[in-house]
Ligand binder design. Structure first.
Ligand SMILES: [Zn+2]
Length: 316
């Protein structure tokens, strides 16, 4: 009996290794039209010229770009240079700071409002409100970077942007939904004329994303990184709260995500979120993968998400 069980266990293990994914690739033709990359960022180490050439060679007609500013990284002068050299291709956003905690720094708010007034920034690059530590990233003592959107800095920033048509990217991941959703719900509701962009749909499930987008018409979202199997969170508990990718292992768009993309087609945005060197190097592959995903949507919806929404969002 015991030998039988051992044999069964071995057979099961063998089966698990030899298993092919239970899926087949999508049959719809890939989306071939233009794309606007609604969110990308960089430090100073990128070969900007060749990155732009790669994007253009892959049918990308523009990029909303902002700098990463960190203790070891500062992409400000590179993105400013690229924005000067490619004025018709790059939409420049206010930089992303990694070291703000609990509330926005006054110096950050001042820089954003000055840059907007001088027409240097067309949007505010992502602010890390709720950001769990990532594998290979900085380890914080609390396991996350956290800015409370109810502290006074955020209201000060949004009030300063009144009537300016400057979208603000607020990165918050859904792993502490009970703590964070009520706060963002309140914030989005208090500023109905401000457009908030939610990067990566918060890595949420289709159900949670639908709650947010249905509640607030002023919330838009990028689809960047939602093709990936996980959010790369280093904490397993947080990972467990994160939603699944929009596709299966064969890149077939999942029905609940297809429905969601159709339902909120006028506020969803294609984006690569190329950020560190590794993802910039995969730029072509990311674009091609998204062409396959977009090809599974009705053509009008694919076009809206690929570039039309972005042209409305970033129109001045
Ligand atoms: Zn992000």
């Amino acid at each position: 009996m015991k030998r039988m069980m051992v044999l069964m266990a071995l057979l099961c293990a063998f089966d698990a290794f030899s298993a092919t994914p239970e899926c087949s690739p999508p049959t719809d033709p890939a989306y071939q039209g233009p794309l606007f990359d609604s969110m990308a960022q960089t430090d100073q180490f990128l070969d900007g010229e060749s990155a732009i050439k790669t994007a253009q060679a892959n049918g990308v007609t523009g990029i909303a770009l902002f700098a990463r500013v960190h203790r070891k990284a500062n992409g400000k002068s590179l993105v400013q240079k690229l924005a000067r050299e490619y004025p018709n291709f790059i939409i420049l956003g206010a930089p992303k700071l990694f070291d703000m905690r609990y509330d926005l720094d006054s110096s950050f708010i001042d820089d954003v409002l000055t840059g907007v007034a001088e027409r240097r920034y067309a949007f505010v690059g992502e602010i890390l409100y709720t950001h769990g530590d990532k594998i290979g990233g900085e380890e914080t003592s609390s396991g996350e970077r956290y800015i409370d959107p109810m502290r006074p800095g955020t209201a000060k920033l949004i009030n300063g942007l009144k009537n300016k048509s400057v979208p603000v990217m607020m990165h918050w991941e859904v792993y502490d939904w009970v703590r964070d959703w009520p706060k963002f719900d309140q914030l989005y509701g208090e500023f109905p004329d401000q457009i908030f962009v939610w990067p990566h749909l918060g890595f949420g499930s289709a159900d949670k994303v639908a709650i947010v987008l249905a509640a607030h018409k002023n919330v838009w979202a990028t689809l960047s990184k939602k093709e990936l199997t996980n959010a790369n969170l280093s904490d397993d508990e947080k990972s467990g709260e994160i939603g699944p990718p929009v596709v299966d292992q064969c890149d077939v768009l999942q029905p609940e995500w297809k429905d969601l993309m159709i339902r909120f087609q006028d506020r969803l945005l294609f984006a690569t979120d190329a950020h560190k060197e590794g993802r910039w190097k995969q730029y072509e592959a990311i674009v091609n993968r998204w062409r396959v995903i977009l090809g599974q949507l009705p053509p009008d919806v694919a076009k809206a998400i690929a570039y039309q929404n972005a042209s409305r969002l970033y129109a001045k």
